[in-house]
Design a binder for this molecule. Structure first.
Ligand code: ADP
Length: 256
């Protein structure tokens, strides 16, 4: 039950009655649980065939390429890129259901922070020929955290920097140590985010300007998942931005 109390005041400001309401939320909670379970099962079921199609597409691309038909090979390669997008969307949905049911697992290991950034920057640089990602990595520290999940956050921030800066081509990545924390930052020179929207971008499903799927595709989950991961690592994640000038996303975690 959800209980609410509301006092009623007379003209002297004295309480003369209290309204008491009890709302049965059992049904709402049950429905929400069913919805979460469905999302979990649906995304899990979608993952299997997509993984299999992806494996076939890669074999097919190699076969066509070896026959020397570049045009057909590049079509299959485009299919493969779209399958990557699909895999990452399904992965995000699965992560959200894991977060909501408290089942997201973390396996901390010791790793070199700057080397992890180099790997992630290389992966993301491969996805774009329009942008140049420049790195200035000065942390030189090791961290003890879930390497995959931290990499996932780096990729989310880097991909957003690319996605929301279609009219500029430069992206700056930095790492440094400050007050016992190691900081990662990604600066873009893209569309930027208004002051009002900045605190909301880490919310689930929030997208600036509602659903702009025609301009920028996405589900509004990447930053929510990233902030949950960083929270779990006892870190902080934040943004500084100015509309039409660009954005800088940061996260800070403890280092060894
Ligand atoms: P998605 O990009 O799939 O919509 P995110 O959770 O990654 O979801 O981001 C939430 C919203 O924050 C985006 O829809 C966009 O409006 C805004 N945003 C995120 N990164 C940037 C960026 N680098 N520049 C401008 N806006 C951004």
């Amino acid at each position: 039950f959800n209980f609410t109390y509301k006092p009623l005041f007379d003209s002297d400001g004295k309480v003369y009655a209290i309204i008491h309401a009890a709302i049965d939320v059992t049904k709402q909670v049950q429905l929400q649980k069913q919805k979460d379970e469905f999302l979990g099962i649906a995304s899990h079921e979608l993952k299997t065939p997509v993984t299999s199609i992806k494996a076939y597409a890669q074999v097919l691309e190699r076969m066509i390429r070896s026959e020397g038909d570049e045009k057909k090979a590049s079509m299959v390669s485009k299919m493969d890129q779209q399958l990557n997008r699909l895999t990452s969307l399904i992965g995000d949905l699965l992560d959200v259901t894991k977060i909501q049911s408290g089942k997201m697992t973390f396996n901390p290991v010791q790793f070199d922070f700057d080397s992890a950034i180099v790997d992630m920057v290389e992966d993301v640089q491969h996805t774009t020929s329009q942008h140049v990602i420049e790195s200035d990595l000065k942390s030189g520290v090791q961290v003890f955290a879930d390497k995959e999940r931290i990499g996932q956050v780096m990729i989310n921030l880097l991909s957003n920097a690319i996605k929301y800066s279609t009219d500029s081509n430069k992206i700056d990545v930095k790492s440094y140590v400050e007050n016992g924390e190691v900081i990662f930052s990604v600066r873009d020179y893209g569309i930027g985010i208004s002051k009002e929207a900045q605190p909301l971008v880490f919310d689930q499903f929030y997208r600036v300007g509602g659903n702009m799927q025609h301009t920028y595709p996405g589900l509004g989950l990447g930053l929510y998942i990233s902030s949950e991961i960083i929270k779990n690592e006892d870190g902080r994640i934040w943004v500084e931005s100015e509309e039409r000038k660009g954005s800088t996303f940061y996260f800070a975690i403890k280092h060894i």
